[in-house]
Design a binder for this molecule. Structure first.
Ligand code: GDP
Ligand code: IMO
Ligand code: MG
Length: 421
């Protein structure tokens, strides 16, 4: 009985999908515990690229069960489409995919509310994430168990749309939504999803009791955590390891390993402070070579040097037992590599992360500089194949965080990975 957790250590898009896809065959179950279709987890094998938003990144490993836990917010239309796309590739999800009856639905009025309330101010993915979690906490949400109970759902949806329409028109002066069309469409979606719906907490408890191994897959990243991230420029859930227990219903004592996924530099999509952001040609190199465009929204990702102050904070928040350093290949060709080791705030040096967005926005990063390398390292499978400067950077990350690096990713494909276990 053991749970391993994969968590993004930065602002998301660290390569969680790739790492989960590689690890999945060693597990019985892969489970998403928070977030929704704001996530975009890319998996590459052979010439094939697939981006998953709601389905766990274990779907391409035959024989592995996949769970969407109670902590996830589910847009039924997006999920049905995603299931169909995966099944078209020949992966049958019947009897392998389990959706929590307690997970909350994202419905069209959540996206309508987000458009007028927070989308532009925060730079969200516009998937309705914030309003859906708001309704959950306000005890107004509609759960998956209600979606699949047709009569009850129609009544609830009618009432919720009426309530939301009064906000949309009354407070924001925009047109409301037509309940009838939405009810018809979502009743059908509920029917399509019903065969996957179960009490996933019982399912996971039974799995743990039977000695099965579970891989919990985080979405977003620790610096986007609603409590510990750069609020308000965060998502509305708990991507950090703490979210695993509430998002799946499993006890902290079942967690054995926590793997922090860390890009060899930093990226961020949307607004919010980013002390090491680069607006020069080095940042452009990272964006171009790393193909840094959002997997969900297509927006260009902001790029900058690795922030070790932030990474160490993430290590403490999550209790990482190991790190996976991704996209090391993207740094090839840079004359020198910098890593931020301290912040300067009000002329004082500071070695702790500051999650107050207003203050973090004003700090000056202080860097340690390492030599770069010119060799193309894409696809390297052993540490010995890396130039000394690249190995040196990996050692510096280990030393600064005091967490061992167990995986180094040198390209987007499954095979382009160094395993250090
Ligand atoms: P996730 O949200 O954490 O799963 O990450 P994304 O899929 O949003 O973004 C990571 C991007 O980097 C994807 O396009 C991956 O295919 C790609 N990727 C992952 N690991 C590596 C790597 O080691 N090197 C390179 N060059 N690309 C990588
Ligand atoms: P994965 O799982 C990167 C960002 C958005 C925005 C903020 C809030 O692929 O790493 P939201 O729609 O969640 O209310 O937006 O969070 N964001 C992500 N950034 N990767 C993600 O997921 C993200 N999910 C949300 O850009 O700044
Ligand atoms: Mg992503």
């Amino acid at each position: 009985m053991a749970v391993t957790v994969v968590v993004g250590s930065q602002w998301g898009d660290e390569g969680k999908g790739k790492v989960v896809d590689i690890l999945a065959p060693d597990f019985d179950i892969v489970a998403r515990y928070q977030g929704g279709a704001n996530a975009g987890h890319t998996i590459k094998w052979g010439d094939h690229t697939h981006v998953l938003h709601l389905l766990p990144s274990g779907v391409f490993s035959e024989g592995v069960d996949c769970v969407i836990g109670n902590g996830v917010v589910i847009e039924p239309k997006a999920l049905v489409t995603e299931i169909q796309n995966v099944e078209k590739l020949g992966f049958d999800l019947t009897g392998r995919l389990w959706i929590s009856d307690n997970a909350h639905c994202i419905l069209p009025y959540h996206q309508a509310i987000e458009r007028v309330q927070s989308a532009d101010q925060i730079g969200t993915t516009k998937k309705g994430i914030g309003p859906a979690y708001t309704d959950k906490v306000a005890r107004l949400g509609i759960r998956i168990s209600e979606l699949i109970d047709t009569e009850h759902f129609s009544e609830r949806l009618q009432n919720e749309i009426q309530r939301t329409n009064s906000i949309l028109t009354g407070a924001y002066g925009v047109g409301g939504l037509d309940p009838d069309a939405i009810i018809t469409e979502y009743v059908d979606l509920g029917r399509a999803l019903s065969k996957y719906v179960t009490n996933t907490t019982h399912f996971l408890h039974h799995a743990l009791q039977s000695g099965k191994n579970i891989l919990a897959e985080g979405a977003q990243g620790s610096l986007l955590d609603i409590d510990f991230g750069t609020y308000p420029y965060v998502t509305s859930s708990s991507p950090s390891a703490g979210g695993v227990c509430t998002g799946l219903g499993i006890p902290p004592t079942a967690i054995r390993r926590v793997i922090g996924i860390t890009k060899a530099y930093c990226t961020r999509v949307g607004h919010g402070p980013f002390p090491t952001e680069l607006k020069d040609e080095v940042g452009q190199h990272m964006g171009r070579v790393g193909a840094e465009f959002g997997a969900t929204t297509g927006r260009p990702r902001r790029c900058g040097w690795l922030d070790l102050v932030a990474l160490r904070y993430s290590c403490k928040l999550n209790g990482f037992t190991e790190l996976a350093v991704t996209k090391l290949d993207v740094l090839s060709g840079l004359d020198e590599i910098r890593v931020c080791t301290e912040y300067e705030q009000d002329e004082r040096l500071q070695s702790h992360f500051i999650n107050d967005a207003r203050i973090l926005d004003t700090v000056i990063p202080h860097y340690e500089t390492f030599p770069g390398w010119n060799e193309n390292i894409q696809g390297c499978k052993q540490m010995e194949d890396l130039p000394f400067a690249a190995r040196n950077l990996v050692s510096a990350i280990e030393e600064f965080t005091a967490v061992p690096v167990k995986f180094v990713s040198t390209g987007p494909k499954r095979s382009e990975t160094i395993h250090l276990i």
